[in-house]
Design a protein around this ligand. Structure first.
Ligand SMILES: *[C@@H]1O[C@H](CO)[C@@H](O)[C@H](O)[C@H]1NC(C)=O
Ligand SMILES: *[C@@H]1O[C@H](CO)[C@@H](O)[C@H](O)[C@H]1NC(C)=O
Ligand SMILES: *[C@@H]1O[C@H](CO)[C@@H](O)[C@H](O)[C@H]1NC(C)=O
Ligand SMILES: *[C@@H]1O[C@H](CO)[C@@H](O)[C@H](O)[C@H]1NC(C)=O
Length: 583
């Protein structure tokens, strides 16, 4: 019976989840805007521009000596080959970690290295360079005006806060809006400002799932944007090499892997207001980006004039390489259509008849060969019929669309509630008599009765549980020179309250790895004692032993100290957002 109920519950939950994350695919037709068919993609190199994104560079004084020279090469050689109109650096410019990795502080020489690379490569003369702050660039800064806010001194952009940058061209205006970690009311006005632009891109360091905002707030505010670009998750240490999804409002959320370990960067193009992008590895040439027909998975009928694909006359491909390109072969559904010809810059085109593909899904593949024998093949599924759509993977949607701070709060609350409820119920329930032979359920309930009705155990477990929930856990120097108090629900430092994010995770592991096992162990000991075993008579000694064992275990499973230092303590006061995952 119980198993059936649990099964039903799990099924219902799964259905609910699939339904919610399934929205990461098709959009409601009613939301559609009507777009002009002209200008449609043709053979000329117009109505086209591209930008580059790079994230989580982590320039470090102590680790990976190749990181810095590689980044300098990126700023000089790679940028020279790609020639983007704009480069977005989405946070964590420096590592700001001490040599032992445990502490964190702003290290001026790392910032000087970053600035030196910008200056030596002259990248700021070649393109618009917009670099924003990540959590590592904010470690241990008591306030924004602090001398330790090296971002202001050494970065290219050096202005804190959200802003709106418009890229103006003869064929349209394109908005790039930066989301500072804190959700401020000014974001709505930036969003309104951008309504006159052809297309809008938002970008920031944090995925929206790790930004603390009133329910779906930040996603709603950016709903008119075609895409939100971010970093911070580092592909979850390689577990999720592609973290892309779509908000229920239709905006794409595109996390980019890190420069730090993986040397990732992204080229993102607007071709006749159709967005396409490629996530690439440093020094892997030739780089290929098919801009027409664009990938169906990343198409949004709400935001893009998809009708232009049907009225286009040419397949369009951007090819970047330091060597001469010898051939660009195009095939659709495995049938070779011909070689695309060079127009100018990186643009190659091939005449096609989109009417031939007006039904169903099709696959385009482009193989590029260069003079030194390197080749690269890129392909994707497309559709000319704008009524078709594809869904994103369940797991990337789960990671990018679940509000982590709500999830952790709910889980923490539930674990505390479960423990307290158990104690209260069994304290006031009538004790049953043990029947022979007692089953597992019977024994468990019996031991809970004994535990809850023995004052010393009842009150110690109850107080421990309440203390975990209400704190304070510790008082100490959270930021240099500023004493703070840490609770499960946040940190008070310098008279300001920072909402907790990571603190809830620590709370959950405290509950799961210490409080609940302790209760179970006490139950077990009491049971053995009642059954007349004597080796458990030294319960207090056992508890002490358990505390030692579990204390050590809990340290490894929830290294409170390092976590708190990374995620909570060192966030500057102006930045109450607390990253769930460490960047
Ligand atoms: C771009 O914006 C400017 C000023 O806001 C406006 O005058 C111009 O017409 C816009 N260009 C296009 C192509 O919409
Ligand atoms: C940008 O928007 C303007 C005004 O809506 C439009 O005339 C123009 O064709 C658009 N640009 C492109 C490349 O579609
Ligand atoms: C596409 O249509 C054109 C005429 O409209 C025809 O000549 C061509 O063979 C067709 N291609 C394919 C692959 O069906
Ligand atoms: C897409 O759907 C709309 C409304 O359902 C319909 O009017 C239109 O003809 C469809 N387009 C195509 C290319 O099938």
């Amino acid at each position: 019976m119980l198993r059936l109920l649990a099964g039903l519950l799990a099924a219902a939950l799964a259905a609910l989840l699939l339904d919610w994350y399934g929205q990461a695919g098709p959009q409601r037709l009613s939301q559609r805007r009507s777009f002009a068919r002209e200008p449609a993609p043709g053979a000329e190199a117009t109505n086209l521009f591209w930008v580059v994104q790079v994230s989580d560079i982590h320039i470090s004084r102590f680790r990976d000596p190749k990181r810095v020279p590689d980044f300098e090469k990126f700023c000089s050689e790679t940028i020279d080959i790609i020639q983007p109109v704009l480069v977005l650096v989405t946070g964590d410019l420096t590592d700001a970690k001490t040599k032992d990795k445990l502490g964190s502080e702003q290290i001026e020489v790392e910032w000087q290295t970053y600035q030196l690379i910008l200056k030596r490569s002259r990248v700021m003369e070649k393109t618009k360079w917009i670099d924003i702050k990540g959590n590592h660039d904010s470690f241990n800064i008591p306030h924004l005006d602090s001398i330790q806010n090296y971002y202001r001194k050494y970065s290219a952009w050096h202005k804190d806060g959200s802003f709106h940058y418009v890229h103006r061209t003869p064929f349209g205006n394109y908005s790039f809006i930066c989301v500072d970690a804190t959700l401020s009311p000014e974001l709505s006005s930036l969003a309104t400002e951008s309504h006159h632009s052809n297309q809008t891109i938002w970008f920031g360091h944090y995925p929206t799932s790790t930004i603390i905002s009133p329910s779906s707030g930040v996603r709603m505010v950016m709903s008119s944007a075609t895409a939100y670009l971010c970093g911070h998750l580092h592909t979850l240490g390689g577990l999720m090499p592609v973290l892309h999804s779509r908000h229920p409002q239709g905006t794409l959320e595109l996390e980019l892997g890190d420069w730090m370990e993986n040397r990732k960067y992204r080229i993102l193009a607007f071709d006749h207001d159709l967005l396409s992008f490629a996530d690439l590895n440093f020094e892997e040439w030739p780089a290929v980006l098919i801009t027409n027909p664009k990938s169906l998975l990343y198409s949004s009928s709400t935001h893009e004039p998809l009708v232009k694909i049907l009225h286009s006359t040419h397949i369009r491909i951007l090819v970047f390489s330091p060597s001469f390109i010898t051939s660009v072969k195009v095939s659709i559904d495995g049938i070779h259509l011909g070689d695309a010809r060079h127009v100018s810059g990186p643009l190659y085109v091939l005449k096609w008849n989109p009417q031939n593909y007006s039904e169903g899904l099709h696959h385009i593949d482009v193989t590029v060969q260069d003079a030194i024998g390197k080749s690269s093949t890129q392909g994707h599924t497309f559709a000319v019929n704008e009524n078709l759509s594809l869904r994103f993977g369940f797991f990337s949607s789960l990671i990018l669309l679940t509000d982590h701070y709500i999830l952790t709060r709910v889980l923490f609350g539930l674990t505390v509630l479960v423990q307290i409820t158990l104690l209260l119920i069994f304290r006031y329930l009538k004790k049953p008599t043990l029947r022979e032979p007692p089953g597992l359920v019977m024994l468990t309930s019996f031991s809970l009765h004994v535990l809850s009705k023995t004052n010393i155990f009842y009150y110690s477990v109850l107080i421990l549980s309440l203390y975990t929930a209400l704190g304070p856990w510790f008082i100490g120097e959270v930021i240099d020179g500023q004493v703070g108090t840490c609770f499960s629900f946040g940190v008070i430092v310098g008279g300001h309250f920072l909402q907790g994010g990571l603190t809830f995770v620590v709370g959950i592991s405290q509950m799961i790895f210490f409080n609940l096992p302790l209760m179970a162990y006490l139950c077990w000991c009491l049971l053995l004692r009642c059954q007349g075993h004597s080796f458990c008579s030294h319960i207090l000694y056992s508890c002490y032993f358990l505390q030692r064992t579990y204390g050590t275990l809990a340290f490894f499973l929830s290294p409170m100290k390092t976590w708190l230092c990374d995620g909570v303590g060192n966030h500057s006061r102006e930045e109450p957002e607390v990253g769930f995952f460490q960047g």
